[in-house]
Design a binder for this molecule. Structure first.
Ligand SMILES: CC/C=C\CC/C=C/CC(=O)SCCNC(=O)CCNC(=O)[C@H](O)C(C)(C)COP(=O)(O)OP(=O)(O)OC[C@H]1O[C@@H](n2cnc3c(N)ncnc32)[C@H](O)[C@@H]1OP(=O)(O)O
Length: 289
């Protein structure tokens, strides 16, 4: 049995009823937050988590907190898999909401970066099966979060990669490590020193993504096929294997926490970087990049 919630008016008062829904009854249960929509298909027990923060799904503090909390809820519900995608075809996410970086308030920067790291770690470390359906551009933070998933499919004609260097910023070392895990050290070195955004085809050739699809619908059904392909794999063994293959990266990232946060606060909070960010925002707004 699943439990569902139903709200209805009774003699003018709003009452909440807990409904028992038989397992064989296929329906969708939603429990979205403000910027992240979640629907769980009761038949497949698979969740689709859609970023939904116009205009570009910028990763501000609220989106990160909501994402982390929803993922925790899905872990508790023991869903069979989570598909991460965008509600807006054309943009998975524009990465970090640059407004979050436009401050020299060290406490604010520290809070943001701690949350950003924690959210990434939550996704990277979750025992759940995760598939990114990259249905649009995915620069910087968008690319990073997709590398945390177990599998990536991407629609044609978009860009993905770490463009930080092009902005005059330096991507975190653990982003570089994660990309190097997927495409090899040499290609990662070239990509990050150039601030390169790859086309879908280039990303596929390098192994930054696993498969190309034509549109979101095909991406979602491909993701479901990937999740189904694990149906006969013993769950505990899969989870431990995932943990073992990721442990080394995880240990390093956690060991370097203080240095990484200190570096971020000093780098972003410097007047020099603030000028660079301000100029980039102006370019972005006037579409001169
Ligand atoms: C130790 C570590 C130290 C440092 C780490 C620093 C790490 C940084 C990681 C990041 O994620 S930095 C962010 C990098 N992201 C980008 O450079 C993306 C920039 N955006 C784009 O390339 C494009 O906007 C797009 C491809 C995502 C979408 O293109 P399009 O559909 O043509 O939309 P617009 O360009 O017109 O954008 C609409 C609207 O949104 C604003 N905007 C876009 N991206 C961001 C963003 N990341 N943050 C805040 N705002 C953004 C853009 O300015 C437009 O605003 P208007 O007011 O002009 O409508």
């Amino acid at each position: 049995m699943f439990k569902g919630i139903c709200r209805e008016t009774h003699n003018g008062n709003m009452v909440t009823k807990i409904l028992k829904i038989p397992k064989f009854f296929t329906c969708i249960r939603n429990f979205s937050s403000e910027n992240v929509l979640v629907e769980v298909n009761n038949k497949t027990n698979t969740a689709i988590l859609r970023l939904s923060r116009p205009p570009v799904n910028g990763l501000n503090l609220e989106v990160l907190n909501e994402f982390e909390s929803l993922l925790s809820q899905l872990e508790q519900q023991k869903v069979n898999g989570v598909i991460i995608t965008s509600n807006k075809e054309g943009i998975l996410t524009g990465g970090i909401d640059i407004a979050e970086l436009q401050t020299i308030d060290q406490r604010r920067l520290k809070k943001y970066w701690t949350t950003f790291r924690d959210t990434f770690l939550k996704l990277y470390n979750t025992p759940l099966l995760t598939v990114a359906v990259i249905n649009g551009h995915s620069p910087a933070g968008g690319c990073l979060f997709s590398t945390a998933c177990d599998y990536r499919v991407m629609t044609r004609n978009y860009n993905i990669g770490g463009n930080e260097t092009q902005l005059g910023l330096v991507a975190p070392i653990w982003f570089m490590d994660r990309v190097a895990d997927l495409i090899g050290h040499r290609q990662a070195e070239l990509a990050f020193t150039q601030g390169k955004l790859f086309s879908t085809d280039e990303a596929h050739k390098l192994g930054l993504i696993d498969e190309i699809v034509e549109n979101t619908a095909e991406g979602l059904s491909k993701a479901q096929i990937i999740i189904n392909s694990f149906a006969n794999v013993p769950k505990k063994a899969r989870e431990i294997s995932k943990r073992f293959t990721r442990q080394q990266f995880l240990d390093k990232m956690i060991r370097d926490t203080d240095d990484d946060i200190r570096h971020f606060v000093n780098h972003i909070g410097s007047n020099e970087t603030q000028k660079i960010i301000e100029q980039y925002m102006q370019k972005l707004k006037s579409k001169r990049f």
